[in-house]
Design a protein around this ligand. Structure first.
Ligand SMILES: Nc1nc2c(c(=O)[nH]1)N[C@H]1C(S)=C(S)[C@@H](COP(=O)(O)OP(=O)(O)OC[C@H]3O[C@@H](n4cnc5c(=O)[nH]c(N)nc54)[C@H](O)[C@@H]3O)O[C@H]1N2
Ligand SMILES: Nc1nc2c(c(=O)[nH]1)N[C@H]1C(S)=C(S)[C@@H](COP(=O)(O)OP(=O)(O)OC[C@H]3O[C@@H](n4cnc5c(=O)[nH]c(N)nc54)[C@H](O)[C@@H]3O)O[C@H]1N2
Ligand code: SF4
Ligand SMILES: [Mo]
Length: 727
């Protein structure tokens, strides 16, 4: 086997064949088994980059994946997870039958149990006593259908998803600044900007194909803001290793310098924003000196970065979970948006405040809504929006919900308090991914009926379920995903699902039939395209206008950005707010004064380290998919803890020792120690991929009051040597 190096693996070089070679060697496949006789075009089902790819099949089995040559997003390249995606389809633990109380039952009995148990709970305890938690990994058609089923069919407002653990802060931040959700820019901006700043975004591990666009840009100055020296930080011209959660101070400090030195775009500010005067006086306190104390970055560096951003021809600020996973997540997004508005770096080629999303369809769930907003970014509180929807659906306006329901963490808290008694979990695995697992177990213990609908069985979450429903997964079902740049891509069927597993879309229609609302809310629907065509009508005239997008067009051009009404080049690049008109009442964007506050659960003598958690390139979240893929699992087989060598020395610990993390809430065992300068003294980092050593036993469940997103990125812990040693 040839030696592997990460730059090759993430597809920056055109070495796809070499990667396939490594894959074969690890898995023991021969090239004959891999050679496909049919290729099906599709979109990747892992991350939000949204790469175009082809699944190769032979004898009804998926045997290979390759990049879609010339696709607008990835130009034929794929990252290691994408390249090995077909292997998870045949994993031994795919879910194949419905299970009621652990016993195999027929689909009709399973769904009758779901409907009768949920209806009984609602009769006794009210409509909101059942909750539904879904995912950014469903197809848009499925999520749109689910939203109607839950809010119009079951009539509960306790409906949310794992996107609240992920993108809620970005969505609320955009809404507060610009009047609507929706990232203004495009990937092309990564190629066009002369200044790029990535805040809490480790794209080399988590959005590898975006690196391709950054690397192709020869004129850029790349700044990476991250407490760790990530692989992305290693690509940067300047790395700012900020103290944990001090980003607001840094960004306010940049804005202070921009105003003090007269570098703001005063004309843009005057024409297109509100709140400038109060922001100006608020920012006077954020001097480079103070900001330096708060962030640990030298005052002259803060001044330098501010000048570079303001002076750039086109300035791009991208962010991901280092920003969103915070009790001030939405507000941090507002401070990023402030900078874009103060300088006019928005709505132009290369210039955007850009939220890099996470899951393959995090965007689709935000657009088709019913969680943070109603379909088409319509607002619960707007009478007009509710009337519009009622007319589109031919329903009485009183049927349209007038308020947002409970967010995911509030559904879990309500279950722990005994208010939510029935829960339907679809395409998410909270027994690994939810913060502060003790609270989640309390919630699960109180439930009368828990349904888990997943493509794998068992999962750590399905172990708690009364009813398990087997779902088809990427490669086995049809529909669309929307990527971070608002580009809608088509996912297609390459193989049949195993056993009795069904696409989530089919499961939702069957539930509607048992519930008796199928004909009313899904008239004549039989396939995902029926949902898509209704969604096109429902989104027409909205910011996320899909009216000109058809399945045929998507197959042809490989992905179309919304808004698209059918005019102009469908393969072209679109940007929002090019005319400086925002989605607010008066068309102006709002500037915000945001003080930098300390995060909850500060370290002290007993718990002296700040724990940061996140990801690695080889694994996908809770590993239901990737632990079954040899080439990925072998490269990252167990959980680890990164610690600075100075701290290791002080504690008498060495690399490869097994350690335990203890917090005010719990403990997690058997993390393999990595002593490395990547992590600063006083901080430690662990991935959250491993249920075997689940860091969410120790994380805190404090949430952003605006977005309800948990503060996953900081909590106080101590590190002890594990009693168990390497076996
Ligand atoms: N390989 C892989 N790729 C993925 C995923 C996966 O599981 N595996 N998941 C997808 C999903 S759903 C998501 S949401 C994205 C997430 O993508 P990212 O946000 O890039 O991933 P994370 O590793 O969670 O966190 C990013 C960085 O935030 C930094 N950070 C922590 N605290 C702070 C802070 O106070 N300030 C700043 N500025 N930075 C901080 C961390 O050190 C980390 O490097 O990745 C997507 N892509
Ligand atoms: N400590 C810590 N915790 C975190 C994070 C962190 O950075 N640190 N990140 C948070 C973030 S950003 C996210 S997005 C979450 C992710 O957390 P989860 O959503 O729990 O992660 P996944 O492993 O993607 O779970 C998806 C589940 O859906 C199943 N599945 C996949 N495809 C389908 C399908 O088509 N249909 C159905 N029905 N099931 C399917 C998979 O088998 C899996 O069980 O984790 C959050 N938790
Ligand atoms: S970068 Fe994301 S979308 Fe592209 S192949 Fe990798 S996981 Fe799939
Ligand atoms: Mo995420």
């Amino acid at each position: 086997m040839k030696p592997l190096n990460w730059k090759r693996l993430i597809g920056i070089d055109n070495l796809r064949n070499e990667y396939a070679y490594a894959d074969d060697a690890v898995l023991g496949y021969t090239s004959a088994r891999r050679s496909a006789d049919r290729w099906v075009k599709t979109t990747c089902g892992y991350c939000s980059v949204g790469c175009g790819m082809e699944i190769g099949t032979r004898d009804g089995k998926a045997v290979a994946v390759r990049g879609w040559e010339g696709h607008p997003v990835n130009l034929g390249k794929l990252c290691p997870k994408g390249l090995a995606e077909h292997h998870m389809l045949t994993a031994p633990d795919r879910a194949v039958h419905p299970l009621l109380h652990g016993k195999r039952v027929a689909w009709n009995l399973a769904l009758e149990a779901l409907v009768s148990r949920f209806r009984n709970i609602q009769k006794q305890h009210g409509a909101d006593a059942i909750g539904v938690v879904s995912t950014g990994q469903l197809l848009t058609e499925e999520f749109y259908t689910l939203g109607k089923l839950i809010r119009l069919g079951f009539g509960t407002s306790s409906f949310c998803g794992n996107t609240t653990l992920c993108m809620a802060s970005a969505a609320y931040g955009y809404k507060r600044s610009f009047g609507s959700d929706g990232p203004p820019g495009a990937y092309e901006d990564l190629r066009e900007a002369d200044f790029i700043m990535l805040v809490g975004a480790n794209i080399a591990d988590n959005h590898p194909i975006l690196c391709q666009h950054v690397e192709a840009n020869r004129d850029k100055f790349l700044v990476v803001v991250d407490p760790r020296v990530t692989k992305t930080a290693m690509l940067a011209n300047l790395h700012l290793p900020v103290k944990p959660r001090s980003d607001i101070a840094l960004l306010n400090g940049m804005a202070h310098v921009i105003l003090r030195e007269g570098l703001a775009n005063r004309e843009y500010v005057a024409r297109h924003t509100s709140g400038f005067e109060s922001l100006q006086s608020f920012l006077s306190a954020y001097t480079p000196q103070l900001v330096s104390e708060l962030t640990g970055i030298a005052p002259e560096t803060i001044v330098d970065v501010a000048r570079r951003y303001a002076g750039a021809r086109a300035g791009f600020i991208g962010w991901t979970m280092g920003v969103n996973h915070s009790t001030q997540g939405a507000e941090t997004v507002n401070v990023i948006n402030n900078l874009a508005l103060l300088t006019g770096h928005i709505g132009r080629k290369g210039a955007s405040p850009f939220s890099i999303t996470g899951q393959c369809n995090a965007m689709g769930t935000r657009e088709t809504g019913f969680t943070s907003s109603m379909p088409g970014y319509r607002k619960f509180e707007s009478v007009q929006d509710r009337e519009d929807l009622a007319a589109l659906w031919n329903l009485d306006v009183n049927r349209i919900p007038a308020r947002r329901g409970l967010a995911y963490p509030d559904i879990i808290d309500a279950a722990a308090e005994g208010k939510v008694k029935g829960l339907w979990i679809i395409g998410t695995n909270p027994a690994v991914s939810y913060p502060n697992q003790g609270q989640l177990r309390k919630a699960f213990a109180n439930l009368e009926f828990l349904v888990v609908q997943d493509a794998f069985q068992p999962t750590p979450t399905s172990e708690f379920a009364h009813l398990c429903l087997p779902a088809a997964v990427w490669g086995e079902k049809e529909g669309t995903y929307t990527n971070s740049e608002r580009r809608v891509g088509k996912a297609n069927v390459a193989v049949q699902p195993p056993g009795e597993a069904l696409p989530d879309f089919d499961i939702f229609l069957r539930v509607a039939r048992v519930l008796g609302c199928k004909d009313e809310i899904f008239p004549n629907w039989t396939q995902p395209e029926d949902a898509f065509n209704e969604w096109r009508r429902v989104s027409e005239g909205r910011l996320c206008d899909y009216s000109g997008i058809t399945y045929e067009l998507l197959e042809k051009v490989g992905g179309v950005q919304w808004p698209y009404t059918g005019e102009g080049d469908p393969a072209g690049v679109s940007r929002l707010y090019a005319d400086g008109r925002f989605q607010t009442e008066d068309g102006r964007a709002q500037l915000y004064c945001v003080p930098c506050e300390p995060y909850p659960d500060q370290p002290d003598e007993e718990f002296p380290f700040v724990l940061n958690t996140g990801r690695t390139v080889e694994h996908w979240h809770t590993r239901t998919k990737t632990r079954n893929v040899g080439v990925l699992e072998h490269m990252a087989p167990n959980a680890w803890l990164e610690m600075n060598p100075a701290d290791g020395k002080r504690l008498g610990l060495r690399s490869h020792d097994f350690v335990t993390l203890v917090s005010r809430r719990g403990a997690v065992n058997r993390l393999e120690l990595r002593l490395t300068e990547i992590t600063a003294p006083g901080q430690v980092f662990a991935p959250f991929h491993f249920f075997e050593s689940n860091v969410n036993e120790v994380t805190q469940d404090a949430c952003d009051p605006i977005s309800r997103e948990p503060n996953f990125k900081q909590c106080a812990v101590r590190v002890e040597r594990s009693l168990t040693h390497r076996s």
